[in-house]
Design a binder for this molecule. Structure first.
Ligand code: RRO
Length: 619
């Protein structure tokens, strides 16, 4: 167990009260760096270089974020902690921290990790009595380097050293921050854009030659990994001992998750507990993860020129979709329900609620149950029946611009084929054969569980219609890819994957299942990475077929943002269906279309094909 100087165990979990979270005005771009001041009651003052796991009370993120301490001050038994935080963008967890307001509560675990220590107290080449006298002829031996937000822990450390006993190099993209309380003998700032100090990156000011000339004996640094790798190299060349503060993703901060390990010459070491500060000689800087995985790194493209719009359109089974975003069956009614809420005509397609020959009333009891990051449903295929759909709903659906897709379900082979016959006589351009409903006693997912059942129903429907046929599969089948290939063999023009996953929810107060049918379908962001894996594997299996037999895959599974859509397309999907996300944010699909377009412009992609399946293309 780690103990502080009073023998108290560390780290400690505590709640802090936010004193202030203000923009650091000298940082560029504006609003990119914040100074967070937190008041904690615990008597656990950190040492320079240590970090805390910070977790906002109001955060969608599961885990805290490791943030190095900038300053810690103790006044009347209360500890005030200061953190400099770089707001890194959505999905990093730093936006929540940067938007904290006075009085907000925040959870803290810390102080974690080791701290910067001065070796042998050797600050000067001269007489120790010269400390704090700042004689100009005295040359310091300590070199401190901070890169970007990595300035915070090393500046905090430098402030604990005697005045003028160190040189400080700070390297930023633009502007500078965190340097106000420094009392360095020499303060050298570099900026990529030349806005402050030397124009250029760190090597513009600090090289092996400089280290030698200045006769530094020790260097302490924190900053981006490439900068640390560079410092390791020049310190080795100049024979300077270095201590580098490393960053790594971590879940716990106390050494148990084993997620933050880094490679060293002494084996893998935990950044949170063995570090974050390591002796430079032992560190091994790893090649990029993509190189390790054998995936081709995409050549960098220029953004599309102003005025050039990317083409988001996609052809699926010969049908043209203006964009790859489709309202998923069961979450978008018959297309008109949301038309007063947003411009549904901007969608690429709309898949109807699952349809059966006869009308169905659906399941009794609770039908929806929200779970963290997801929604469980047991609707039970409630629908007005295909004849009613054809007479009342389809004409309205056909007036809309998105491609209308009729989602055909059934309880027996005969009801599927009778339904298909009726739909074949309509103008609906695409049929999505649903052999994957998890919530019905007869038919539904049963047809999608085995190759033979799937092949039987797909070939029977295929014989009855020439309309493009997507087959919607359940992720539950133990032989999913084989089922998909059997469907393709039987005439499917495309595969929609996946319908909801089966789950169980229990009301623990009454001790009974939430759903009358016990099991229910799980959808939403909770299932997304599993769905990405299933899409990847299915596309890989389809790509092993001769080119003329390959069919497109339409991805479904927790897609809520444009980033999710890009991820599925990179895994190989031709289009995406959005379901649960629309309930949470009716504008989700519009945001996905706009976000996808902006992404393609920024990345220089003119067509979806240019990044579709890029992770499939191994070296
Ligand atoms: O109606 C439903 O309970 C339902 C259907 Br048809 C489906 O295909 N997928 C789902 O999660 N629920």
């Amino acid at each position: 167990m780690v103990k502080d100087c009073h023998g108290n165990p560390l780290p400690v979990f505590c709640k802090g009260i936010v004193e202030n979270c203000s923009v650091v005005e000298s940082a560029f771009p504006k609003n990119s760096v914040f100074l967070l001041k937190v008041k904690v009651n615990e008597n656990n003052e950190p040492a320079a270089g240590q970090f805390f796991m910070l977790h906002c009370e109001r955060s969608n993120f599961l885990l805290g974020r490791p943030i190095s301490i900038f300053h810690a001050k103790k006044e009347n038994g209360v500890v005030f902690l200061e953190f400099l935080i770089l707001k890194k963008g959505e999905g990093t967890g730093t936006c929540e921290i940067c938007s904290l307001q006075n009085g907000d509560k925040i959870s803290l675990l810390g102080p974690c990790g080791n701290s910067f220590e001065v070796i042998n107290n050797e600050f000067f080449t001269g007489n120790k009595d010269d400390l704090n006298d700042a004689l100009p002829e005295v040359s310091v031996k300590v070199c401190i380097v901070g890169g970007g937000i990595g300035v915070a822990p090393v500046a905090g450390f430098a402030e604990t050293l005697p005045a003028k006993s160190y040189d400080f190099y700070a390297s930023f993209k633009s502007g500078s921050y965190g340097l106000d309380n420094l009392n360095a003998k020499n303060l050298v700032i570099t900026t990529d854009d030349g806005s402050v100090g030397v124009h250029g990156m760190l090597p513009a000011a600090l090289t092996a030659q400089v280290l030698k000339e200045k006769k530094y004996s020790v260097l302490y640094a924190c900053g981006p990994t490439p900068m640390l790798a560079y410092l390791q190299k020049i310190c080795a060349e100049a024979g300077v001992k270095c201590f580098l503060s490393m960053e790594s993703r971590m879940a716990c901060g106390v050494g148990v998750c084993l997620g933050c390990v880094i490679d060293t010459r002494e084996g893998k070491k935990r950044c949170c507990k063995d570090g974050p500060i390591f002796s430079g000689e032992i560190l091994k800087f790893a090649p990029a993860a993509s190189e390790v995985a054998g995936i081709k790194v995409q050549p960098k493209r220029e953004p599309l020129a102003d005025g050039v719009e990317p083409d988001l359109s996609v052809d699926i089974a010969g049908v043209h979709f203006a964009n790859p975003v489709i309202g998923s069956s069961g979450t978008f009614g018959f297309g008109t329900e949301y038309s007063s809420v947003f411009d549904v005509n901007r969608l690429g397609g709309i898949s109807s609620k699952g349809l059966t020959l006869e009308p169905r009333e659906g399941n009794d009891g609770i039908r929806l149950h929200e779970i963290p990051s997801g929604l469980m449903n047991s609707i039970g295929l409630q629908n007005p029946g295909i004849p009613h759909f054809i007479k009342e709903e389809l004409p309205e659906m056909m007036k809309l611009k998105p491609v209308a897709i009729a989602n055909l379900s059934g309880s027996s082979l005969e009801t599927y084929t009778e339904g298909a016959k009726l739909l074949d006589k309509t103008d609906v351009p695409v049929i999505e054969l649903n052999i994957s409903c998890p919530n019905v006693s007869a038919g539904g997912a049963a047809f999608g569980m085995s190759c033979s059942a799937a092949q039987t129903v797909v070939s029977a429907v295929r014989k009855l219609t020439k309309k493009p046929l997507l087959v919607k599969l359940t992720p539950q089948s133990p032989e999913l890819n084989k089922v998909a290939l059997a469907c393709i063999e039987a005439g499917a023009d495309g595969i929609s994957l996946c319908n909801s996953f089966q789950g169980i929810a229990i009301d623990i107060e009454s001790g009974v299942p939430v759903f009358e049918k016990l099991k229910a379908g799980v959808g939403g962001p909770a299932v997304r990475p599993i769905a990405v894996r299933l899409i990847y594997e299915l596309v890989e299996a389809i790509n092993s077929l001769p080119v003329e037999k390959r069919v497109p895959v339409v991805a479904i599974g927790g897609i809520a943002t444009w980033q999710d859509a890009v991820e599925f397309i990179m895994a190989g999907a031709s289009a995406v269906q959005v379901g649960t996300a629309t309930f949470a944010n009716p504008n989700a699909m519009i945001e996905i279309i706009d976000g996808l377009s902006a992404f393609m412009k920024r990345k220089g992609y003119t067509k979806l094909d240019e990044f579709r399946g890029i992770i499939q293309n191994k070296k």
